[in-house]
Design a protein around this ligand. Structure first.
Ligand SMILES: Cc1cn([C@H]2C[C@H](O)[C@@H](COP(=O)(O)OP(=O)(O)O[C@H]3O[C@@H](C)C(=O)[C@@H](O)[C@H]3O)O2)c(=O)[nH]c1=O
Length: 178
């Protein structure tokens, strides 16, 4: 796997190696030794996945400290526009975002450090998105900022959004210690 720094501290794009033969495809998405070599968190506590229809937008989510976590995100079916935005209070890049396409086809992952809110838009008919997180889900600390509050152009008119996601406040209300 090829781990590439982005302009945002703690956010890495990962190009996973894809093996293809007459049976299909094989992709490795996590290797403890390689993650440690690059200084990434390798002690993940939970894994889960979601399946979303086209134009579904989930986000922008994070957990409050001390329940905040590093997150590894990849797609096993379909294609998404994946976005992380810096909400670290003292960060020089506060409010800046990184976005990339993750798909089954491109076999990329996004590693998102603590202090970022994360979300995605489903571009394909369906998309299965897999996560590894370094802390377990803490419902009372699980929160978010509004997807349309930080200047990112999602290129979608009316995304399908949960009631909870629609109720989140603007980015300016969310600042967490870095
Ligand atoms: C995230 C999560 C949700 N749930 C429950 C709560 C709720 O009843 C149901 C669906 O939860 P949500 O609506 O929060 O699911 P979703 O909007 O898909 O949440 C995810 O969004 C993306 C953008 C992320 O970055 C993830 O970390 C996660 O927050 O699953 C868990 O039991 N454990 C979990 O770890």
């Amino acid at each position: 796997m090829n781990i590439i720094e982005t302009e945002l501290e703690g956010v890495f794009e990962i190009k996973n190696k894809k093996f293809e033969d007459q049976r299909g495809v094989f992709i490795k998405t996590f290797h403890e030794g390689v993650f440690k070599e690059y200084g990434l968190e390798a002690d993940f506590k939970e894994s889960f996945f979601s399946i979303s229809k086209k134009d579904v937008l989930r986000g922008m989510h994070f957990q409050m400290p001390p329940h905040d976590h590093e997150k590894l995100v990849y797609v096993t079916c379909g294609e998404i526009l994946d976005v992380a935005v810096d909400i670290r209070e003292d960060s020089l890049t506060y409010g800046q975002y990184f976005s990339t396409i993750l798909s089954q086809e491109n076999a990329k992952s996004l590693y998102i450090g603590k202090g970022y809110a994360h979300g995605f838009l489903t571009l394909s008919e369906n998309a299965t998105v897999v996560y590894l997180t370094s802390t377990v889900h803490s419902p009372e600390n699980d929160t978010g900022i509004h997807w349309d509050s930080f200047g990112f152009d999602w290129h979608v008119k009316k995304p399908i959004v949960s009631e909870r996601d629609a109720s989140f406040q603007k980015i300016s209300y969310a600042k967490i210690g870095s």
